[in-house]
Ligand binder design. Structure first.
Ligand code: IVH
Length: 673
């Protein structure tokens, strides 16, 4: 064999391996190698290809990085039109659909439906000739779409060629390209940093990313796909059910949702709808409903189409989380670090059992970008527990009296100047701890459950304490008297005593909690833990330099600067000193975690514990060097079981992992200290 032949064989083997691992990862969701091992294979292939460019083929896994920018998208006429779906919004709509299907087919028994999540992205068509990806298009108007072949090729979960020997000579696959919730947040966070365009929702982000003339940009975007159907196919017989076709697609290397189910009758469709609705929040991507499709292909053919939608399928949509209302006013709130956040006061609207009367407007740039005025009719979106957001303005409805929104020059609370650095989107009150709003927020943060955990010291109480000048900073909390507390609104002697007790027990803390509680800009719990682990004591932090801080895990120049500035400030030093004098203390951390008694042991906590919270149990275990994991595997050493433990206990039993109840756990901890 010549060198070229040897190289060629090596390349072939590497490509085969990479494609198989890709398949296991994306389609089967069952990877057998680590990311690092995968990267090593990819790197090796890239090296050989760089040395032998003549061996590069278009379907090599390395050819997903995007091509030269286009001037415009070419048009693609769909051989089979890309239809849309009729919508159902209620149980009755679904029952009526099922009845229509039965009537048309003259069938009296229950119809079999294939149920799928309805993904909130954009439909694409991808064509394979003799197994090779040759063209991809957007849906467009259903008849003609845009040629996005280069862009689709950059999506790692789209196979560049089909798997297996029995693949069709011609295949048009249809699916939905979308962006995961995480991918969307990350993309927007990066865009915000760079001052670039922010996307309204994952669907817009996916559409904007896919319709890029420069496919190298598409390659950098976290796009994903689920395939749900077929357009044209030649050269191989297809199964006679939709579910069978999805299985075929999987076999050929396409990613198909693992939440597809085959059910019988409308009642089971509705049960599927509710099951998916329950899962919705926890899914890594957005869905806007479910789709029911008649499973039998023969029945589908009999049913046919009306205008632009098939008679054999329907989308059952989730109730909209978007509503329209009016911006009645805009107020500016002052946060813990002085950040001024504009908040829209809305004409109250009722959505799914909650009244929405406020929405965050983030910052002035965002207001300008969305062109929001007071008096505007706006679309407001509520997703899960997050603060409602204004999605867009309905410009046609803007009254002539609409008012532009201006950033105030002075802080609405303390009247200090408002500053806005040129490269920062956020405006800040320059009053620092002189500003009572910032003081209140700082104290609230200090008392929070994840910080010093002062039980019962809620926001309202802190507002009163600051407003009545009883406290100015966190250290003042520990000097409060029973009388002072008992005289506050909605307080009596008993609740006042409870607060004093809570303050007393908060004094025994951990270094990480204390650092987090100080409220240093951009120092969250994870950074506080890293700092505590690194220094094991508070003292060295006072003299830590920006350079030194940057050697710690996850700390970059900006955070390092915030930490160093915080500890060099006289006022902060004084407050910390007073806090320590008031008696706040923590157990000394042993520096080397592998010397700790539970080093190397992994625990899983499940169910409700009676004597301590899960957070407290986790903290205790971690302080002894153990790791606390979220799920049970054969790497778990112990499972601690509280009341109402669920599937984790079953899994532990199945895997033979030792289980402890709460009493055993407490004894175990006492022994381990
Ligand atoms: S089937 C004729 N299945 O919804 C069948 N569509 O409103 C047409 N979509 O354009 C499509 N998830 O973009 C189908 N599991 C799914 C889907 C799905 C999302 C989108 C697709 C389509 C639109 C129709």
């Amino acid at each position: 064999m010549t060198t070229i032949e040897i190289r060629s064989k090596e390349i072939e083997k590497l490509r085969h391996n990479i494609n198989e691992h890709n398949y296991r990862y994306y389609v089967l969701d069952d990877p057998i190698i680590t990311d690092a091992e995968y990267d090593a294979l990819y790197k090796k292939l890239k090296e050989i290809e760089t040395a032998h460019p003549e061996l590069v083929t278009v379907d090599s896994p390395t050819q997903r990085v995007g091509a030269k920018p286009l001037k415009a998208f070419a048009e693609v006429k769909h051989v089979v039109p890309m239809l849309s779906l009729d919508n159902a919004f209620s149980d009755e709509d679904v029952e009526a659909f099922d009845q229509r299907v039965k009537d048309r087919l003259k069938i009296h028994h229950e119809i079999e439906y294939a149920c799928e999540p309805k993904l909130d992205g954009l439909a694409v068509s991808i064509i394979y000739k003799n197994g090779m990806l040759v063209k991809a298009a957007t849906r467009g108007d259903g008849e003609t779409g845009e040629d996005i072949t280069e862009n689709i090729r950059t999506i790692a979960m789209v196979p560049l060629h089909l798997r297996g020997d029995d693949c069709p000579t011609l295949l048009e696959v249809r699916g939905e390209v979308y962006m995961s919730k995480k991918g969307f947040m990350k993309l927007n966070a990066e865009a915000e940093k760079k001052g670039e365009k922010i996307f309204v929702n994952p669907r817009n982000a996916a559409a904007g990313s896919l319709r890029q003339l420069d496919s190298r940009i598409t390659a950098s975007r976290p796009l994903e796909i689920f395939c749900y159907g077929i357009g044209v196919v030649e050269g191989t017989p297809l199964p006679n059910t939709h579910a069978g076709i999805l299985e075929c697609l999987k076999k050929w290397g396409f990613r198909v949702s693992s939440d597809t189910r085959v059910v019988k009758g409308a009642a089971d469709c509705l049960a599927y709808y509710h099951a998916i609705e329950k899962k919705r929040e926890g899914l890594s991507f957005e869905i806007d409903g479910v789709v029911y499709k008649v499973n039998s292909i023969a029945e589908q053919s009999k049913l046919g189409f009306v205008s632009r939608a098939p008679r054999w399928a329907i989308a059952h949509k989730f109730p909209s989380e978007e509503v329209t209302t009016i911006v009645e006013d805009v107020e500016f709130q002052v946060g813990r670090t002085g950040a001024i956040t504009p908040v829209a006061r809305l004409k109250p609207v009722f959505v799914h059992g909650v009244t929405i009367s406020n929405a965050t407007l983030h910052n002035l740039d965002e207001i300008r970008r969305k062109d929001i005025h007071i008096g505007d009719t706006v679309v407001v979106r509520r997703a899960g527990d997050v603060i409602p957001e204004v999605v867009m303005v309905i410009k046609d409805k803007r009254p002539s009296s609409a008012k532009k929104i201006h950033l105030p020059h002075k802080c609405p609370v303390c009247h200090s100047e408002i500053e806005q650095l040129e490269d920062e989107a956020i405006a800040r009150c320059s009053g620092g701890l002189f500003c009572s709003a910032q003081r209140k927020e700082a104290i609230k943060h200090f008392a929070a459950r994840r910080a010093m955990d002062i039980e019962g010291l809620g926001d309202k109480l802190i507002d009163q304490l600051v407003d009545q000048a009883l406290i100015e900073n966190p250290a003042d909390l520990y000097a409060l008297t029973l009388d002072q507390l008992a005289n506050l609104d909605r307080m009596g002697e008993k609740s006042a005593q409870n607060i004093l007790d809570a303050l007393e027990s908060s004094k025994k803390s951990t270094l990480a909690r204390f650092i987090f509680a100080l409220g240093i800009r951009e120092v969250g719990e994870a950074t506080a833990k890293n700092l505590a682990k690194h220094y094991a004591d508070l003292k060295p932090l006072f003299s830590a330099t920006v350079e030194e801080l940057q050697t710690i895990q996850d700390i970059g120049p900006v955070v390092a600067h915030h930490i160093a500035t915080f500890f060099s400030e006289k006022h902060n030093q004084k407050v910390i000193d007073e806090l320590l004098k008031a008696g706040i203390h923590w157990e000394k951390i042993q520096k080397s975690s592998n010397e700790l008694p539970l080093a190397g042991k992994t625990f899983v906590l499940t169910g409700t514990l009676k004597t301590l919270t899960r957070d407290a149990a986790k903290e205790k275990l971690e302080s002894l060097g153990a790791k606390v994991a979220g799920s049970v595997s054969n790497k778990t050493h112990y499972v601690v079981v509280g009341e109402d433990a669920g599937s984790k206990l079953d899994k532990a039993k199945a895997l033979g992992v030792p289980v402890m109840d709460e009493d055993e756990f407490i004894r175990f901890l006492q022994k381990s200290v």
